[in-house]
Design a binder for this molecule. Sequence first.
Ligand SMILES: Cc1cc2nc3c(=O)[nH]c(=O)nc-3n(C[C@H](O)[C@H](O)[C@H](O)COP(=O)(O)O)c2cc1C
Length: 206
Amino acid sequence: MSMNVKDAIAARHSVRAFVQEPLAEAEISELLEAGRNAPSSLNSQPWRFVVVTKPADLAWFGTSEATRKQGWLAAAPAIIVCCADLAHYVKDSQSAAFFYRDNKIIDGEPMDGIDAYVARQAAADEASKFGACAMNVGLAVSFMMLRAVEMGLGTCWIGMFDEANIKARLGLPAGWRIVNLLAVGRPDEPEVYPRKRKSLEDIVLK
Ligand SMILES: Cc1cc2nc3c(=O)[nH]c(=O)nc-3n(C[C@H](O)[C@H](O)[C@H](O)COP(=O)(O)O)c2cc1C
């Protein structure tokens, strides 16, 4: 199936019921590829992904230790654990700043602004670094969610989870934080409810 971005945005909705069959590795790679190409602050690309497809792990994700008893998750054929690598974020931002300067892509005052931004990030506490990284990870996940629609797949962003438990179970590096889980599979929904959205008048300041 091929569709334009407008159609993919219109069709995307959170899918919480899936056909019980595994996804092909190539399908997962396609999703990750979409995320890999997302924009990020100073091209820092702080996103890291762990693809969970083992039945025992998936079953565990439906338990209270992992996701506060969101039992339906156990029936997802794949869960992508979307992480932020705080340990490398500042260094990777710095590298891009060097690249911009060396190649004169950005010069003068804006470059000073970038240097100041990187210095602020280097001095920032973990919560601020996580906020900056999570914004970038969220963009990558958005790209993945739209690509999934084009591929006939459904996704759901899961924000309610127990980070410490999941980090321990999957053995994630200490410098990583989990931003969200992304459930993925072929939709098997009895009914798709119309999405409720605020009107433009509600969200645009005139
Ligand atoms: C930050 C965030 C956290 C969310 N957490 C959960 C969650 O833990 N469980 C869940 O079933 N859906 C979760 N969702 C999905 C939202 O409920 C859903 O996007 C929203 O109701 C709008 O519906 P739609 O995605 O179908 O347009 C989350 C979405 C976002 C963006």
